[in-house]
Design a protein around this ligand. Structure first.
Ligand code: DGJ
Length: 732
């Protein structure tokens, strides 16, 4: 890892363990992108910007700058000055003029990584682990400073970028678009990958040929959303799990975003990620700075699998925090699918008693414990225990659960208020709303305007009081609707474009307070399943509920798309009942356990109603979880076959960092009659080491397992939805 500035070629070299990123200065002022890819030695690469090797020879013809501005591979480009491609920065003045042209002013290179103001971001665990480059650019016409920040790490091939804009002029300026990363890629045949879905079908992998013009994933829902994801990967056309080039970007942010490519007519490509400019406008007064969220860039020259493992390592080591960062999480049982709103203390204790007998370690009480919350039509905001359901309150229930040797967790949806609630009746103006327009309910609820200090303080005080009232060791923080009818009492007209971002900052403020005041708490974020599963939330909670679709077969696709970027340790996954409540599908209990095991693992069912056969399987699954979770949490993840890609079966493995142990999972989804065997080529093993697979009673070298593969006889499967998890151990 290193960052170096070459005076002679006026270029910056950023080196990660296996990748290089280069940008340079042209005409003494324009910052251009030069190279991102496999590791190269520091050398003069200025010809890649279409200019001479010697900066003294730079001669941009100022009689005709337009040709230059619209063609130059800007490191970060500007709207309004004759660059007609998708621009990274769009700003207007109080006179209404758009445009900026920021020129190189200075730079600094230093050890460590500064925090981002009010925003979650990756961090280094000690100063020597990373190095940061900050390039300062300046627009003299509007007195605006732009700082482009880049951090490289010693242990992971990622580059974390962010941008700060400062108004140094006497009059306000308005930011209409500030991308967090802008990447200029040279002509090639590319595909583009984004993640899309809906409620219950999050993060499906969507791959297509990169088109001319714009290809965009976006959210304008106020959350990162079920429908799209703050991620984009540009890959070489033939890129697979194990080969080909991948340029990926992920935004450490939980609100509106765009992730897009602009396929240019000269066949080059621009890739960008940042806050969605639609509905965004940030007013900067003199001396004020705006910090855009962090973008993570990953290059892999060895296909998508390597990209995945880089993101996993980065997030496990440099984003996820707190007590449970590197720890096994308690096996929990959440009663949501067991009872929905229909529960009371006795019912919960019945469940807890059976659960504790099976080795389950925590009971999570979901929605319905407060106010008049007998269904989802009412009471959000009234965070007072409903003693009709829970006589003796939380104190009694929690102490009874604790007596069983179990921990206790609780559900909240702090950002919301129902029109039918005491809170709304007392403070109707606390909901986000546009005056005189009938407010839109979604799931019978409004969103609280937590950008207002008094509302934020109410929310914080409510959550805090409940958590202080009993021995609560886990919180599921839910968020079940998108934001619309944007209006806020405190924001003047020229600041209403700040609302969405201010909302996200308020969520971060609340969650920051939560993890600071309750450092032992296990926080699990959730948003109608996985509607806010993003790196921003991972900074606060080591795990996020992945989807309300708990059907194990559907989960194969959802968890595959999620694990494309996020570590298995972060993926909330539970065993639920069959027929599944959403899909009606029945899958063997064993298979449900195998699939949940490659996430956080837990149960979401009425354990008191299980068949004896299923019940008896729980202690075995819990034992398996304890045996394998260290490997699942810490190991390298390899995708071997994908049901989502129509392979008819799903297979993946996790290999320990020292390559001495591995777990191989296979799920037969559509059983193939008269088919000799499923062939699986393993990955990630040491080719020269010998391994033992107890289930096959065979000893083979890593190269044989990876190059020749193994044949799993189809009759073994015994029908659709059968699965196995096999251990593989080094034995030389
Ligand atoms: C949506 C969540 O995803 C579910 O798990 C559950 O907590 C419900 N909300 C409760 O309303």
């Amino acid at each position: 890892m290193s960052i170096h500035y070459c005076e002679k070629c006026m270029s910056f070299f950023l080196q990660t363990p296996h990748t290089t990123y280069v940008c340079g200065i042209v005409n003494g002022k324009y910052l251009g992108h030069i190279y991102y890819g496999k590791k190269l030695q520091d050398q003069n690469l200025r010809h890649l910007m279409g200019v001479k090797a010697d900066p003294a020879a730079d001669n941009i013809n100022h009689g005709d700058t337009g040709i230059f501005f619209d063609n130059f591979p800007f490191e970060y480009n500007f709207d309004g000055i004759g660059d007609f491609r998708e621009c990274a920065l769009d700003v207007h003045t109080s006179d209404g003029h758009h445009g900026a042209l920021c020129e190189y002013r200075s730079h600094k290179i230093f050890k460590g990584k500064p925090k981002l103001q009010d925003l979650p971001a990756t961090f280094c665990n000690n100063e020597n682990e990373c190095e940061t480059l900050e390039i300062e650019l300046f627009d003299p016409v509007i007195s605006m400073t732009l700082i482009l920040s880049y951090t490289v790490f010693s242990d992971v091939d990622a580059i974390c970028r962010h941008v700060r804009v400062k108004n140094e002029g006497s009059r306000p300026i308005f930011l209409d678009c500030v991308m967090s990363a802008h990447l200029y890629l040279p002509e090639d045949s590319y595909d583009v990958i984004t993640l899309h879905g809906s409620w219950g079908r999050e993060r499906g992998i969507c791959r297509r040929e990169l088109p001319y013009g714009i290809s965009r994933a976006y959210s304008k829902r106020g959350v990162s959303s079920h429908q799209a994801h703050p991620f984009i990967a540009v890959t070489s056309r033939n890129a697979s799990q194990t080969s080909g080039e991948v340029y990926a970007m992920n935004l450490v942010y939980s609100g509106n975003f765009i992730a897009q490519t602009d396929g240019l007519v000269n066949d080059d490509v621009i890739a960008q990620i940042g806050i969605n400019p639609e509905g965004f406008c940030w007013k900067l007064e003199y001396g004020e700075t705006f910090t855009a969220p962090e973008a993570v860039l990953v290059y892999s020259g060895e296909g998508l699998g390597q990209m995945t493992r880089t993101f996993h390592d980065l997030y496990r080591n440099h984003l996820i925090r707190g007590k449970y960062k590197d720890r096994k999480r308690p096996v929990l049982l959440n009663h949501w699918e067991a009872t929905y709103f229909d529960f009371n203390t006795e019912k919960l204790l019945d469940i807890a008693r059976s659960a504790s007998r099976c080795g389950i370690e925590m009971l999570v009480m979901d929605d319905g414990w407060f106010g008049n919350r007998f269904d989802d039509h009412r009471a959000l905001g009234d965070w007072v225990v409903n003693e009709e359901k829970l006589p003796g309150g939380l104190k009694y229930l929690v102490s009874e659960v604790n007596k069983l040797g179990m921990k206790f967790g609780i559900w909240f949806e702090p950002e919301m208020v129902c029109p039918d609630s005491d809170l709304f009746r007392a403070h109707p103006d606390w909901a986000i709303q546009v005056p005189n327009r009938e407010n839109t309910t979604l799931r019978w609820q409004y969103v609280l305007d937590i950008t207002r200090p008094e509302v934020l303080e109410y929310v914080w005080a409510s959550v805090r009081a409940v958590l202080k009232s009993a021995n609560i060791e886990y919180v599921k923080w839910d968020m079940n609707r998108a934001l619309c009818n944007i209006g806020s009492k405190d924001l003047p007209a020229d600041r209403i474009g700040e609302f969405f971002h201010r909302y996200v900052l308020a969520v971060y403020e609340l969650q920051g307070r939560l993890v600071t005041e309750f450092p032992n708490l296990l926080l699990e974020n959730c948003s109608s399943g996985g509607g806010r599963f993003d790196p921003g939330m991972l900074y606060f909670s080591p795990q996020i509920w992945c989807s309300d679709d708990t059907d194990a077969i559907e989960r194969l696709k959802i968890q595959e798309g999620t694990a494309l970027i996020y570590p298995l340790s972060s993926i909330g996954a539970h065993v639920s009942v069959c027929p599944n409540h959403l899909t009606g599908r029945s899958v063997p209990f064993e298979t449900r356990g195998h699939i949940a095991m490659f996430g956080t693992f837990g149960y979401e069912l009425d354990i008191t109603k299980l068949s004896e056969e299923d019940l008896q399987m729980i202690p075995k699954q819990v034992e398996m979880y304890h045996a394998y979770n260290d490997l699942v949490r810490e190991g390298d993840y390899y995708r071997l076959a994908s049901y989502a890609e129509n392979h008819g079966f799903d297979s993946y493995m996790v290999v320990s960092k020292d390559r001495s142990k591995a777990l191989l999972t296979m799920v037969a989804v559509a059983y193939r009659i008269n088919h000799r065997a499923y062939k699986i080529r393993l990955q990630g093993l040491d080719p020269n080491a010998r391994y033992y697979i107890p289930a096959m009673e065979c000893h083979l070298t890593g190269d044989a397992l990876m190059d020749a593969g193994i044949f799993v006889p189809t009759p073994w499967a015994g029908g659709d939805y059968r699965s196995f998890v096999w251990t593989i151990e080094r034995d030389d």
